[in-house]
Write a protein that binds this ligand. Sequence first.
Ligand SMILES: *[C@@H]1O[C@H](CO)[C@@H](O)[C@H](O)[C@H]1NC(C)=O
Ligand SMILES: *[C@@H]1O[C@H](CO)[C@@H](O)[C@H](O)[C@H]1NC(C)=O
Ligand SMILES: *[C@@H]1O[C@H](CO)[C@@H](O)[C@H](O)[C@H]1NC(C)=O
Ligand SMILES: *[C@@H]1O[C@H](CO)[C@@H](O)[C@H](O)[C@H]1NC(C)=O
Ligand SMILES: *[C@@H]1O[C@H](CO)[C@@H](O)[C@H](O)[C@H]1NC(C)=O
Ligand SMILES: *[C@@H]1O[C@H](CO)[C@@H](O)[C@H](O)[C@H]1NC(C)=O
Ligand SMILES: *[C@@H]1O[C@H](CO)[C@@H](O)[C@H](O)[C@H]1NC(C)=O
Ligand SMILES: *[C@@H]1O[C@H](CO)[C@@H](O)[C@H](O)[C@H]1NC(C)=O
Ligand SMILES: *[C@@H]1O[C@H](CO)[C@@H](O)[C@H](O)[C@H]1NC(C)=O
Ligand SMILES: *[C@@H]1O[C@H](CO)[C@@H](O)[C@H](O)[C@H]1NC(C)=O
Length: 574
Amino acid sequence: MASKAACILVQLVAAAALSQTSLLELKEDVLRFLPEDSAGRAQSLPLRSPPPRQSKIDHVVVLYMENHAADNFFGCMDLPGFDGIKGHRIPADPADPSKGFINITCGSAPYVCSKGPSYATFEGKFAKDGNPHRYPYSAQSDNYSALWGAMENSTAVTMFAPEQVPIKAAIAQNFGVFNKLFTAVPSASSPNHLFTQSATSCGMTSNVLWKQCGGNGTYFPQPTIYDSLRLHNVSFSLFLNSTCGLDGKPCHGEDPHDPDAGSAISTPDVAMIGVARHKDRFMSQEIFYQQAANGSLPALSWVLPPIQACDHPCHDIAKGERLLKDVYEAVRSGPGWNRTLLFVAYDDAGGYYDHIVPPFEGVPADGSPCVIPGVHPDCGPDFDFRRLGLRTSAMLISPWVAKGAVYQEPKRGPSNTSQFELTSVPATIKNLFNLSFFLTHRDAWAGSFEELLLESPRSDAPLHLPEAPPASSPWTPPPPQVSEDSLLPPTPQHCSSWHGKAEAKCKGLSHVNLKQQRNIRLLADMLETPLPDMSRMDFFQANSWLRSSWNKWMRSGSKSAKTRQSHSESTEMI
Ligand SMILES: *[C@@H]1O[C@H](CO)[C@@H](O)[C@H](O)[C@H]1NC(C)=O
Ligand SMILES: *[C@@H]1O[C@H](CO)[C@@H](O)[C@H](O)[C@H]1NC(C)=O
Ligand SMILES: *[C@@H]1O[C@H](CO)[C@@H](O)[C@H](O)[C@H]1NC(C)=O
Ligand SMILES: *[C@@H]1O[C@H](CO)[C@@H](O)[C@H](O)[C@H]1NC(C)=O
Ligand SMILES: *[C@@H]1O[C@H](CO)[C@@H](O)[C@H](O)[C@H]1NC(C)=O
Ligand SMILES: *[C@@H]1O[C@H](CO)[C@@H](O)[C@H](O)[C@H]1NC(C)=O
Ligand SMILES: *[C@@H]1O[C@H](CO)[C@@H](O)[C@H](O)[C@H]1NC(C)=O
Ligand SMILES: *[C@@H]1O[C@H](CO)[C@@H](O)[C@H](O)[C@H]1NC(C)=O
Ligand SMILES: *[C@@H]1O[C@H](CO)[C@@H](O)[C@H](O)[C@H]1NC(C)=O
Ligand SMILES: *[C@@H]1O[C@H](CO)[C@@H](O)[C@H](O)[C@H]1NC(C)=O
């Protein structure tokens, strides 16, 4: 591992034509970050240097949302060129035609679901005895979908009508939507968050931490796109709904009933050392709005939605609409608009059904040195990473984007099998900002959005989008009545369908949810404190533990010295 990492290091340095000195400076620099005045830090890197190869885009903004297959939002919009869901049928039983077909209904999706969708993202297009694990995979067909949770009237197959999501519909009319943008891994949030920011998931195929995949430390060690930007002196920030004290804003977990609520950055993002070491770039969403208004956004803005507006089931989709409107209008009305590219993507299909069979031709295996060979039973399904996951919802917004565009496969490669997928994000950033190396074979293969830009910018982009649908509950509601009944759905809450396990379903706020459990494990590890007894916690207690632990981690000075030491191995890889 160490020598492999060193080897990659040498390759990267050679490719970058950067001196060993500047690399060491970077390493020094990234380990020195301390929580100081975050507004001041925004100016600490030049906007872009060395100059990019292109003269169109100075500001890339990524709004990284949660859990929606492409059909769920766009399948009912009748967009020309979009392979939608209207009139599509799946056999109720592929072995028995007499059982008929499953109806897929447009306009039947509730804003706040009462249980998580449960379409299997990993094996959803395979026969029950199929091989979804290693190339050559067995044949895939949408005909098998009903075997894997695409059941009539289930949350998985209820689709939004365009009038339910007027903001996304307006974006689709005015800008670009992807007909074929796939998740990097046919799995859940964590592996896809890792691919989107680092072009590998270190072998992880489930929502787990690196340890569970054979790793010997707390943090996933691979370099991220932020490391690469830093190395090239290109500015970036991660905007959170709160930076938990760094800019005087309160810290919080994911409690939608908490007046300070929004989202702290969560697993798996800070589970990557290449995210965690850039603490000094974590800023509040308010600073995003201010910088958009005065034209001082960094080259890359990574916007993490507040948890209540992230569109994860079963949070309120109306709030996600409102957030998208706010982010769009902020960049549209700012002086930087003419040089801005806003990409909105959903990290995974989220247990929602999508009817397209994802491609696998030419997908490069994940050969990143952080993949630890061997069987790691807690790591998730065995997988060679040579196929993509289901289509996800994705939008491209800019004056440099054609009106009403629907994007198919990449036309300019880089390989004849290249696809748009979530790893297109680091690929695009690399290309636009003339970074000197790709992170892995995967971002070197993925299509780049650069090819979708027009020759000259449009001037007809609307300043305002329609009103967002009314939210089902206030953004800062009073605490709910604490009784078993009142805490049951449809109280907006984070529900998962992952594994289809009973405990993964929406159990109400009297339980600590799976995401909280994962975050608690990570933070306990990062702080080297004992794991609390989660079986005795309810949602609110878990939230309060997370809030104070996150705050402690963000402010940790002496701790970070210790953390720095234990990271010195991992940082070899930058
Ligand atoms: C891109 O970066 C390389 C160094 O990696 C530099 O030689 C080249 O001039 C840059 N291209 C442009 C157009 O800035
Ligand atoms: C499902 O579709 C069939 C025709 O394909 C139709 O007869 C039936 O009424 C539909 N069911 C519902 C609930 O819409
Ligand atoms: C899927 O099922 C339809 C009929 O229900 C059949 O015509 C088609 O050949 C099947 N496709 C595959 C790939 O099995
Ligand atoms: C789906 O819902 C419709 C309308 O409520 C109902 O008629 C139909 O029987 C349901 N289908 C199943 C399989 O439950
Ligand atoms: C992880 O493993 C590598 C290689 O076996 C070793 O050099 C390193 O010290 C280990 N790191 C930790 C944090 O244990
Ligand atoms: C980044 O800035 C540092 C300090 O000014 C400089 O030494 C280094 O060469 C720069 N790196 C690049 C890739 O421009
Ligand atoms: C958090 O999000 C809410 C809703 O978008 C917004 O009103 C608030 O200003 C945000 N807070 C911070 C600190 O970004
Ligand atoms: C723009 O806004 C940011 C955030 O409020 C502030 O730090 C910066 O000084 C402002 N820049 C200019 C040029 O006004
Ligand atoms: C953007 O460019 C258009 C012309 O293409 C111009 O009318 C407009 O004023 C520019 N906007 C800004 C904020 O510079
Ligand atoms: C892609 O190119 C390779 C050779 O470069 C060729 O063997 C292969 O058939 C091509 N594949 C497609 C799908 O065109």
